[in-house]
Every structure is written in C-alpha cells, then in structure tokens.
Write a protein that binds this ligand. Structure first.
Ligand SMILES: *[C@@H]1O[C@H](CO)[C@@H](O)[C@H](O)[C@H]1NC(C)=O
Ligand SMILES: *[C@@H]1O[C@H](CO)[C@@H](O)[C@H](O)[C@H]1NC(C)=O
Length: 244
C-alpha cells in the first residue's frame, strides 16, 4: 500500500503533467514572456561607455538604439578606427564619414532618403551583430522610451529610399549592361556581345543622390537613335568595343 508522502508526490506529478499538457495544447492561454527590460540612457550616462575605461563595456548608439559593442573592442576601443562612435550617437557619421566636430551628430537633417536608408541598415547590422542594451533619451526616444516623431520620420524616409532603389534596380534590369575589363596594356574597355555600347544616364539617380551619373548599356541597331544615348568619345558609331 502506498504511503501518504508517495501519494502526495504522485499527485503533484500528475498536476505538473496536466499543466504541462495544458501549456502544450493551449499555448495561447499562457501569458507571453515579459520583454527584456530596456535601459534608458541620457547622453551623459552613455558617454561613460566610450572605451576609455577598460573595466567598462563599450556602448554606441545609432538612431537612439544603444548597443554593447565590447566584442568589437579592437575597432571601438581607445585607438580603434571606430572609436569615434563609442559612447555617443553619431548616426550621421555612418553615411557622411565625417568624424570631426559637429560631424559626430545624430541629426539626419538634409540627408537624402537613400542615405537615411543606409543608416537604418547600419542599425539592423548592430541588431544582428551586437547586443541591444537600451535606448538613448533625446532626439529619437522620449523620456519614457517611446519613439519620437524624428525616429518615425527617419524610418518613413528610409522606406521611401528603399522604394527608390528598388525602382532603379528594376529600370536598370530592362537594359543589358556592357561587359567591361581593365588591363595594364589596354586600359579600360567596354563591349557588347549583342548590340553597341552607349553611355546613358542612370534612371532616378538624380532623385537618389542629387547627381547625374552614367552607365554603359547595350543597344540594338534599331534602338540607336533613341534620345539620351551617348557614343563613347573616340569610339566608332558601330564599334562593339570601346577603349576608354
Ligand atoms: C569617456 O569615459 C570616461 C569613463 O569611462 C569618462 O571619464 C570620460 O569623461 C568620457 N569622455 C567623454 C568625452 O565623455
Ligand atoms: C565635418 O562637419 C563639420 C561640421 O558640420 C564641418 O565643419 C566640416 O567641414 C566637415 N568636414 C568634412 C571633411 O566634410
């Protein structure tokens, strides 16, 4: 005959089993795990983690998200090539490359949509590669840790930048690019297996970078009198290969 303690154990075991089964079959009834606590930093608190003190982790912020980049110490630590990013939010410098004075700012003011997209891509990179530790209170997060209108604005602009780039890619795919090669003896050459090389303006480049830029595409004989096609200087109208 089983002793009372054994019965007690059996009873708790079956209770445990039943609750496990319930969780297994009714997972929607179990509350979601609480999100990890997100720490809020002021600019002054973040500045402590600039890589100067070997006993402290190294943090950087981008678009107000703070990451622990200690595992990249050789880059982010004192004397490293990315040390300017440590202990602050220098979002703009990820695309401007300007690490001097006011270049180390979190302001995106006046950047193009594709440049803002590039900063958002960098933030994605840090989410994938390093450890998210919290938010910087300031331009992109308010004192409660909620995104500000600046963060929403930057993300919306980045989405427009992504759309533009996608559209440009689709436009470019409609026209086959020239082959190209370079060698010491002949320098640069472009050529077409089918058709004739012409310089054309990259579609949407003006909207994306604010500059005109050109690329080499191949055209059939009957397409050659379209507007906007430029014969390489010094190259024959019907040459299949042009030296640059
Ligand atoms: C860098 O961090 C150290 C402590 O880790 C701090 O004493 C120093 O003031 C910081 N530098 C700046 C420019 O904030
Ligand atoms: C970097 O930014 C600062 C402040 O905006 C500016 O004065 C400086 O000319 C810039 N440097 C470069 C190399 O663009």
């Amino acid at each position: 005959m089983a002793s009372p303690p054994f019965l007690g154990i059996a009873a708790s075991l079956s209770l445990l089993l039943i609750s496990l089964l319930l969780v297994r079959f009714f997972p929607l009834n179990s509350p979601p795990p609480p999100p990890p606590p997100s720490r809020l930093f002021t600019a002054q608190q973040l500045a402590i983690y600039n890589g100067t003190d070997d006993g402290l982790p190294i943090f950087l912020a981008i678009l107000g998200s703070v990451f622990d980049v200690t595992k990249g110490k050789s880059h982010y630590g004192a004397g490293g090539g990315y040390n300017h990013f440590a202990g602050r939010d220098a979002s703009r410098a990820f695309v401007s490359g300007n690490f001097t004075g006011d270049g180390l700012t979190d302001s995106m003011h006046g950047l193009s949509s594709t440049e803002v997209k590039s900063v958002v891509d960098w933030r994605d990179f840090y989410f994938k590669t390093y450890i998210f530790v919290g938010k910087l209170v300031g331009r992109y997060y308010d004192s409660e840790g909620n995104p500000t209108k600046y963060l929403k604005g930057a993300e919306a602009k980045a989405a427009r930048g992504a759309q533009l780039m996608e559209k440009q890619k689709n436009e470019e795919a409609k026209l086959p690019s020239c082959n190209s090669r370079w060698s010491q003896d002949t320098g640069s050459e472009v050529w077409c297996d089918n058709g004739y090389p012409r310089l054309i303006q990259k579609p949407l480049e003006m909207a994306i970078t604010g500059k005109v830029s050109k690329r080499c595409a191949c055209f059939n004989e009957e397409e050659l009198n379209q507007p906007g096609l430029e014969v390489y200087s010094g190259c024959d109208h019907f040459a299949k290969l042009c030296r640059l």
